[in-house]
Design a protein. Structure first.
Length: 474
């Protein structure tokens, strides 16, 4: 059996069976990022649950905050470099518009599926039934009502016009300073189109941006060494601050949300992956480190830079990755959509608010629009829910007090589902555009891709390595 090693020209066969298999091959378990992130999550939960160590767990929050800040400081420049160089090298502006249109059509279709599945499950599951007394008690709690009013106040500012205006930054510097993905993407597309129209005059500058992006991905590689510490601090603080009591009170709803997200991923996305010609399970294994990273930090943005690198490494064209993945973080929030429908109907059930089929279809239509603004602000999912309840009118906004204690626990399911869905969307759109290297995708999902995907390395794949990957799949 031949083994392969990385070289400047691609994968090179190594005689004999010595040496690790290429790709990042079979590393020892203790040398893998996902092992340490998983261990850190377990340690954080344990620290937060033990009464004697809750005080210590509360002090771990800065580790999680610091790690997320380190990642977020790189997101805006990485999106800028990836989108600009991708569009500039693409050259064809008609293709840029075509990719954007296909992304939006796919996003709307998946949003509708996610909302519909959430609506069906919550009506069958009925997690809010029999909670009338508890709901009345929570709605009378003035401290809890004050927290809800803060969200409701922010929700009043979210309208369709405001959201559309939010896409356009007041200044380029402000967009980068705040790390607003949608605004950075807007400017990056315009700048990329401008460089593409300049043609040869801009070629040297595009090359510099391309090299700069490689440096940024190398920084991400270094930042990931702190991922276990960040996951530990974030999960320890959440468990200690919310406590097992809040978790137990609404565990029925939480199980429903997590189960529905699994149904969506393995049902809807599983079918999409099959139609696109790749295995959902192999894709999930390929991004397992990013899934655990999001689980620990409860932030899908923490995994965005590595997802961009991994999707490129798996054969998706850089221009499609640069457009589709960042757009998905604003317009393709499948997990958030599931949560919004389930939470809204749950609150109606808990407060004995009648919702006939007409009201529920109206709720679905409203969420189809308001869910697109869920990423516009911090705590967007909860604020969007408040905005939706205000629009519907029949469900009391004060009932949001029921969700305050456990919303943070459900955010992991939302964030992970959002990330998985956006990665699938990028691969599918790349295939629609004939911008997907099927051989590289199969090689990556079979665990035979070389180099650290976080480095942004682009590799050619010789026939021998593809044959080895095909043999592994059998």
């Amino acid at each position: 059996m031949k083994r392969f090693r990385a070289s400047e020209t691609g994968l090179t066969a190594v005689a004999g069976g010595s040496g690790p298999p290429c790709p990042g091959g079979r590393k020892p378990l203790y040398a893998s990022l996902y092992f340490w992130v998983l261990a850190a999550i377990a340690a954080g939960i344990l620290l937060g649950l033990v009464p004697a160590t809750k005080g210590v767990a509360m002090q771990m929050q800065p580790f999680g905050v610091a790690f997320i800040r380190m990642v977020k400081m790189l997101i805006a420049p990485i999106i800028f470099c990836t989108v600009v160089t991708g569009i500039a090298k693409m050259g064809d502006m008609g293709r840029v518009g075509r990719v954007g249109l296909k992304c939006m059509l796919y996003f709307w279709a998946m949003t509708l599926c996610a909302l519909a599945i959430g609506l069906v499950v919550v009506n069958l599951y009925k997690p809010g039934a029999g909670m009338d007394d508890y709901a009345a008690k929570m709605q009378a709690d003035q401290a809890e009502i004050a927290k809800v009013e803060a969200y409701a106040g922010a929700a009043k500012k979210m309208s369709t016009a405001d959201f559309l205006l939010h896409i356009v930054p007041s200044s380029v510097v402000d967009a980068f300073a705040r790390g607003d993905i949608l605004q950075v993407l807007f400017f990056s597309i315009l700048f990329g189109v401008a460089l593409a129209n300049l043609g040869e005059k801009a070629r040297n500058f595009v090359g510099i941006l391309d090299e700069f992006s490689k440096g940024l991905f190398r920084v991400i590689h270094y930042v990931m060494y702190f991922a276990p510490l960040g996951a530990f601090g974030a999960i320890a603080y959440v468990v200690a601050s919310q406590g097992a009591d809040a978790l137990a009170r609404l565990v029925y709803l939480m199980l429903g949300v997590y189960t529905t997200c699994l149904i969506f991923v393995f049902g809807v996305l599983g079918v999409v992956c099959k139609l696109a010609g790749f295995s959902l399970w192999r894709y999930l294994v390929y991004i397992k480190e990013e899934i655990l990273l999001v689980l620990g930090t409860s932030s899908s943005e923490a995994a965005l830079p590595r997802m961009m690198a991994k999707l490129e490494n798996a054969g998706a064209d850089k221009s499609v990755v640069g457009l589709c993945l960042p757009m998905g973080y604003s317009f393709n929030l499948d997990g958030t959509c599931i949560y919004l429908t389930m939470a809204a109907v749950f609150l109606a059930q808990a407060t004995a608010t009648p919702l006939d089929i007409g009201h529920q279809l109206s709720l679905l239509a409203i969420l189809l629009l308001t869910s697109k603004g869920a990423a516009a602000v911090t705590g967007g999912g909860f604020i969007t829910l408040a905005a939706t309840l205000q629009t519907v009118g029949s469900i009391p906004v004060a009932s949001l007090t029921l969700l305050l204690g456990v919303d943070r626990f459900m955010s992991e399911a939302r964030a992970i589902t959002n990330m998985i869905g956006n990665g699938v969307a990028t691969i599918v759109v790349a295939k629609w555009e004939n911008a997907l290297d099927a051989n590289r995708l199969r090689l990556a999902l079979a665990g035979r891709s070389c180099g650290d995907p976080g480095d942004g390395i682009s590799l050619e794949q010789p026939a021998e390595a593809l044959a080895l990957a095909a043999a592994d799949e059998k």
